[in-house]
Design a protein. Structure first.
Length: 602
């Protein structure tokens, strides 16, 4: 507060005793205003603290009493009466003395040469310039809207209309040291209104883009900017209302207005695995930061359902993409994949284990992660035939019979390229060196597909031929390539391209970054730079970046689309791979499926 003495009516002629009592009264009054509402329950004001303020650490134990959002003129989702209230919440387990295993390579043993540092910084600056260009275009043409339309300079409402790109990219601004832009974005985010609207909300996207974005940005400020936590709690109360079902399973396509008007809604009978099982990081971190156990309780309920049925599906260890959320039956589906509709459900198992490492809850996630990865390795990975006999593995999909026989379709998705990073992290977390070898081959396959595609960018989905062998992954065998198999118009190695788009996805560079941080091998940075040049060259459109309609064409045609994950994930990973290893260290942070970093316990 500027001019504080004048504001408080300080007078040199006032007696010291009177001034002391006046000051004490003021302190008591301010404390009461800050911490108690008219009902006597704890709440907090959205206090801004400067990034230059004295360093404060994030809470090592959940706050008690639990924090609540500050009063405002907004709709209070926390006061909405639940039809099926939880009588007793599961509690976050306390941490023991056990330390998490080291994830990152010890870069202290590698002192970079001056020339290498100059090259690294030049590459990092190139990525930051691209981010600044896209960010400026969003601010100019789509500020506070969900997405920028980069070619027409318009905007698009995709995820509730709350400014998805604004929130999703917030922690990237902090990571890139764009603090002025960060503070401006936070001011705009404070204007978001989560009051009930008559619309269908995708709760999965709301959690990973908005809720995760707010919590991670708060973590990034070392838990100093209380405005962000306050807004996260406001949104969290709304999200939690979507869990108001008889079995407390979430309504993944949810109408806020119906909920506010107490109109019954049901969980999906034809649900999607990833939408049910991809909030354990966000909700666990929310309980750690706020002390409100309703979030962690929701995690425990879904995790227990997953664990109870993991061995009862058609492919034991894996869950199908299609599930019945309403009846909690995850066993009847026939389609299995590490890709779309399943991806983050598997990704979050080792990552939640990391977040909870050292607690009594961690072993459950370790067991589930190991079981799932071993089953995926056996059933969903194969070595493809390539002209250069590349020693690579790809993740595919398949259909299972009631007797458990899986027929793989040999399809490959750009989305599945996160799997290399997942296996690499798991190799360190679960002390399984074989996972790192798999991670290397999986990540290399995505780089192979990128470098052999016409524009140097891996297409959205395609198929490849598998090596003809019953041996697991055809290790050490020669996969004979016959040029006569490939029609002249096709690119050798790609059997069929189903979707030639590039939607600005991050999954390839995500795994490259993780591989670099885990192994310390500089070659991954060089691969990242080659990939960056192709992506930057192929997607520049208007004043920002645009998706590619079909990268198999000789002349690339751009789409009028820039998903929020371009700024939240893709450019963040490119920036981090060319950053100092201490920036967002994998030993200090765990990243969500939307690349939002959550602070780990030290």
């Amino acid at each position: 507060m500027h001019g504080r003495k004048g504001s408080f009516g300080y007078s040199p002629s006032r007696s010291r005793v009177g001034a002391r009592w006046s000051g004490l009264s003021l302190v008591i009054f301010v404390v009461l205003i800050l911490f108690y509402n008219s009902n006597g329950s704890l709440w907090i004001l959205p206090i801004q603290q400067s990034p230059s303020a004295s360093r404060l650490s994030c809470p090592t134990t959940p706050p008690f009493p639990p924090l609540r959002p500050s009063r405002s003129n907004r709709y209070d989702w926390g006061n909405l009466t639940q039809r099926y209230p939880v009588e007793s919440f599961a509690q976050l387990p306390s941490y023991g003395a056990e330390k998490a295993p080291r994830i990152q390579y010890d870069f202290r043993s590698n002192k970079p040469k001056v020339a290498d540092e100059v090259k690294r910084k030049r590459r990092q600056d190139a990525v930051k310039s691209a981010f600044e260009r896209s960010s400026r275009a969003y601010k100019k043409h789509a500020w506070q809207k969900d997405e920028l339309l980069p070619l027409s300079n318009g905007s698009k409402t995709s995820y509730g209309g709350w400014g998805a790109t604004l929130v999703d990219s917030l922690d990237t601004l902090w990571i890139m040291d764009m603090k002025d832009e960060f503070n401006e974005a936070v001011e705009a985010i404070m204007e978001i209104d989560f009051s009930p609207k008559d619309m269908e909300v995708n709760m999965f996207e709301t959690i990973i883009r908005y809720f995760g974005g707010l919590l991670a940005a708060y973590d990034m400020t070392d838990c100093k900017d209380m405005r962000l936590l306050d807004k996260a709690m406001e949104l969290g109360d709304m999200i939690y209302a979507s869990f108001d079902t008889p079995n407390r399973m979430p309504i993944t396509r949810w109408n806020p207005m119906k909920a506010a008007n107490h109109i019954p809604q049901e969980a999906a009978q034809q649900g999607i695995l990833a939408e049910l099982a991809s909030f354990s990081l966000e909700f666990t971190r929310a309980s750690q930061l706020t002390g409100d156990m309703k979030y962690y309780d929701a995690v425990v309920r879904v995790t227990n359902v997953l664990a109870a049925q993991q061995y009862s599906t058609r492919i034991p260890g894996l869950w199908p993409t299609g599930i019945n959320v309403q009846t909690q039956d995850l066993t009847q589906g026939t389609h299995f994949t590490l890709g779309a509709m399943s991806d983050s459900a598997y990704e979050y198992l080792p990552k939640t284990y990391h977040l909870l490492h050292g607690t009594t809850a961690a072993p459950q996630y370790k067991t589930m992660a190991t079981t799932a990865l071993d089953a995926a390795t056996k059933h969903l990975l194969f070595r493809p035939i390539t002209p250069d006999n590349a020693d690579i593995l790809v993740a595919t999909s398949g259909r299972a019979t009631p007797t458990g026989t899986l027929t793989r379709d040999h399809s490959v998705q750009h989305l599945s390229c996160y799997a290399g990073g997942m296996y690499a992290l798991s190799a360190q977390l679960l002390a399984s060196p074989s996972y790192l070898a798999i991670a290397r081959r999986l990540t290399s396959s995505c780089l192979w597909a990128s470098s052999h595609a016409p524009a140097g960018i891996m297409p959205e989905s395609f198929s490849m031929l598998a090596c003809a062998s019953a041996a697991p992954h055809n290790d050490g065998q020669n996969c004979t390539f016959d040029p006569a198999v490939w029609p002249p118009q096709q690119h050798p190695g790609f059997e069929k391209v189903f979707d030639g788009r590039y939607a600005l996805r991050p999954e390839v560079i995500e795994s490259v970054w993780v591989m670099y941080r885990v192994t310390g091998e500089e070659g991954w940075r060089d691969e990242a730079w080659g990939l960056w040049r192709s992506v930057e060259r192929g997607t520049r459109g208007g004043g920002a970046a645009a998706g590619v309609r079909d990268e198999g064409e000789l002349e690339l045609e751009l789409e009028d689309s820039m998903e929020s994950f371009w700024l939240a994930e893709t450019l963040k990973y490119f920036y981090l791979v060319f950053s100092e290893p201490e920036l967002v260290s994998l030993d200090e942070w765990v990243l969500s499926t939307e690349a939002h970093p959550f602070r780990l316990r030290k």
